[in-house]
Design a protein around this ligand. Structure first.
Ligand code: AMP
Length: 419
């Protein structure tokens, strides 16, 4: 996933190159190699790439080149869809700017206002946050946007999905028109295009999206399953795969809790996360997941987005995503750039009435998924063979489960008998 180019070829200053060395980045990722020179030339940019491809550094590095470090004024505003992603972006910005002495602040809900206000008054050149809290502080006049040079809309498609469009527009209307806007998005559905048309000036496009999931090394399978057998199949799949770390995606918060209930009390390293959890619980779960203490995380799409954890070996779509773009986002959580030995495998449960959704996903990523059959459990009652669209051919392949070298998921053997 790295490019032929070197960071030295991209027009970055010595301090940035020093920061990159300290961060341990040896070569730019494709999105970095493509986006950095375009952004450095002063263009508005649309970067189509998902989290895990190095997109944060792709927008942070050109921004660092343009900040006036002698000024305390807020010069950069990064908007993200979730609090977790804001925190991740702030960490990455700090990591890359060790040689620059830049001040950052993360403005997210669910955290006390006072320290955020204090940081703003001390002067933060880079402000990262979620739209709600940013508007709050903007209206209170603690956050002054008059001197912005850059606005970044990170994971723009997800921000619009969540319903942040009015908030984003409100913020953008308060930003100076003389600014550079960078928009990062895994997908470019029409609402994102419209936003870009309205608020960006002649944006240059850098598209590295489809390649990432469709042509990536992430192995992708589907499993034909009946609704009422999903839990048993999930448990069996975990026994066979013994993931280093896995995220199980469900469509609803209730389903996330229901799946979790299957493991609760019996598997100490499992947890669930969704938008209704208190921020402190969300933070705790994410911290433990990052540290590898939680190995099985059951999540809804909103929470799964932006999770950048290098050890995720498996993505399991317990519920097939309704939107193909969600598939791209979910699967992109595995096989991360920062992880050298984690190739990533994704499984998608497909019920009888969901064949069309599977086909839509295959068209979206331009790659047929292979069928995987779990052992021991009959995942689905007999059903007619799959109909395939003309240009998406699929063959049924039964892969052998890998031999379990370390038998550290033994508790599942108890769980399956009850599932
Ligand atoms: P992102 O897509 O920004 O969420 O980045 C995913 C992960 O890859 C983060 O942990 C980054 O620190 C890491 N990363 C980004 N760019 C590079 C690079 N050029 N070389 C190595 N790791 C990188």
């Amino acid at each position: 996933m790295q490019s032929e180019k070197r960071f030295e070829d991209l027009g970055l200053c010595a301090r940035s190159l020093d920061g990159l060395r300290k961060a341990g980045f040896t070569r730019p990722s494709p999105i970095q190699a493509a986006l950095i020179p375009v952004a450095l030339a002063g263009n508005d940019c649309i970067g189509q790439a998902q989290t895990g491809t190095g997109k944060t550094a792709a927008f942070v590095l050109p921004i660092l080149e343009r900040i006036d470090f002698d000024s305390n004024q807020t010069q950069v505003l990064v908007l993200t869809p979730t609090r977790e992603l804001s925190q991740q972006v702030e960490e990455e910005a700090k990591r890359l700017s060790v040689s620059h002495e830049v001040r950052t602040v993360c403005l997210v809900g669910g955290k006390p206002l006072k320290p955020q206000i204090a940081a703003l008054h001390r002067g933060a050149q880079i402000v990262i946050g979620t739209p709600g809290r940013v508007i709050d502080l903007m209206m209170r006049k603690d956050l002054i946007l008059d001197h912005l040079r850059f606005v970044v809309l990170d994971e723009a498609d997800r921000m619009l999905d969540i319903g942040f469009r009015p908030d984003i527009e409100r913020i953008l209307k308060h930003c100076p028109s003389e600014r550079q806007t960078l928009l990062l998005s895994a997908t470019l559905p029409p609402p994102v295009e419209r936003l870009a048309q309205k608020y960006m000036r002649n944006p240059q496009r850098v598209d590295l999206s489809v390649k990432n999931v469709g042509q990536s090394s992430i192995e992708q399978f589907y499993i034909s399953v009946d609704h009422d057998r999903k839990l048993r199949v999930l448990v069996q799949l975990l026994i066979e795969q013994r993931p280093q770390q896995a995220i199980v995606f469900t469509r609803t918060k209730r389903m996330a809790e229901k799946v979790y209930a299957q493991f609760e009390g019996r598997l100490s390293h499992s947890a669930f996360i969704h938008g209704d959890l208190a921020q402190s619980s969300r933070d705790r779960v994410m911290k433990q997941f990052r540290e590898g203490k939680i190995r099985l995380l059951i999540a809804t799409d909103v929470m799964g987005r932006g999770i950048d954890v290098s050890g995720i070996s498996h993505i399991i779509n317990f519920d097939i995503p309704e939107d193909c773009d969600d598939y791209v986002h979910r699967v992109g959580r595995t096989g991360r750039l920062s992880s050298t030995d984690c190739k990533g495998t994704a499984f998608t449960f497909v019920c009888l009435d969901e064949g069309q959704q599977l086909t839509n996903i295959e068209i979206r990523i331009n790659k047929p998924l292979e069928e995987y059959r779990v052992r021991k459990v009959e995942a689905s009652r007999p059903r007619p063979p799959r109909q395939h669209v003309k240009d998406v051919q699929s063959e049924i392949t039964v892969i052998r489960p890998t031999a379990a070298e370390e038998d550290d998921w033994p508790v599942f053997d108890d769980v399956i008998s009850e599932a």
